[in-house]
Design a protein around this ligand. Structure first.
Ligand SMILES: [Zn+2]
Ligand SMILES: [Zn+2]
Length: 187
């Protein structure tokens, strides 16, 4: 028998800041050491700073109170909700999918330095590569194809592929696109 009964139920509306906001939910931050005030999280501020895909599940940031060595976990309740959902101890692997989906939503200059394959597999997005100079692409790579670049970031993939490109003025570029924008034959 597993320990699955110990894991929290993860409703869709609790998955990320944008969904919590749309649901009208309230998010609280609690220090695990006690004695620190429970804070209400400003969702608008989190969304402005991190984007709507930011997830609170299984995050344990340091307590912001000066001098406190504790860490914070998050809980939420939606309007009319009869119980609070502790957003820790997510089902195995579930929070990681949310965190990877968030990473895939970050601005390209940040996102392209992070490992590519897990982002693609969590978000359903594809990497599209093209070089006008060399007549390459567009070439699409989804989670399955990207598995060969294990551990590599988009920037590292680009660097490797540029070395294989023909043109002296190679302009190979990459972006992440939604699966729906990928031609059916390339999925
Ligand atoms: Zn504290
Ligand atoms: Zn090129």
């Amino acid at each position: 028998m597993g320990r699955s009964f110990n894991h929290q139920f993860m409703p869709t509306w609790s998955e990320d800041a944008g969904s919590l906001k749309a649901e009208g939910a309230t998010v609280f931050a609690l220090c695990q050491l006690g004695g620190c005030p429970t804070r209400t999280v400003d969702l608008d501020r989190v969304i402005a700073k991190q984007g709507p895909r930011f997830s609170f599940w299984d995050r344990r940031p340091a307590c912001p109170k000066p001098g406190c060595d504790g860490w914070v976990t998050f809980m939420t309740i939606r309007p009319g909700g009869s119980w609070q959902i502790q957003m820790n101890d997510a089902p195995p692997g579930a929070a990681e999918v949310l965190h990877q989906r968030w990473k895939a939503s970050l601005p390209a200059d940040v996102r392209d330095k992070l490992p590519l394959a897990p982002m693609l597999s969590a978000s359903g997005k594809y990497l599209v590569l093209a070089c006008g100079e060399c007549g390459v692409g567009p070439v699409y790579a989804g989670a399955v194809q990207a598995a060969v670049w294990r551990g590599m970031s988009t920037d590292q993939v680009l660097e490797t592929m540029r070395a294989q490109c023909r043109g002296a003025g190679c302009s190979l570029a990459a972006d992440l696109v939604d699966g729906g924008l990928v031609p059916e034959d390339d999925r």
